[in-house]
Write a protein that binds this ligand. Structure first.
Ligand SMILES: [Zn+2]
Ligand SMILES: [Zn+2]
Length: 101
């Protein structure tokens, strides 16, 4: 209970400039694809698509597009916590750690 109260208080203080922080983060992330751009088709199977991170073929339903860099990631390369690929999730984590200090 007390822990939750502490967390919500910290979140309120941080919410003063969340968009600025997001912008800063976006500067560091290289956008590989535009949002809505389809993944690369696997030239060997033609029915599957390539994960932009580990380059293994998956059905289109097995890939999700990262909202930050636009890359298509398979389950193994996806981070549900942030709804981004693993690579961007790592950057977000570094940023949120820095913000806490
Ligand atoms: Zn992958
Ligand atoms: Zn990403």
């Amino acid at each position: 209970m007390t822990l939750w109260k502490k967390n919500s208080k910290a979140a309120q203080q941080k919410s003063s400039a969340p968009s600025e922080k997001f912008r800063e983060l976006k500067k560091e992330i290289a956008v590989m694809r535009k949002q809505g751009e389809p993944p690369t088709k696997d030239p060997r199977t033609f029915s599957q698509y390539l994960c932009d991170l580990c380059a293994t073929p998956h059905p289109v339903t097995g890939l999700r597009q990262c909202v930050l860099c636009g890359r298509w990631a398979c389950d193994a390369c996806w981070k549900d916590d942030y709804y981004t690929c693993k690579s961007c999730a790592g950057l977000i984590r570094i940023h949120s750690l820095m913000g806490r200090e």
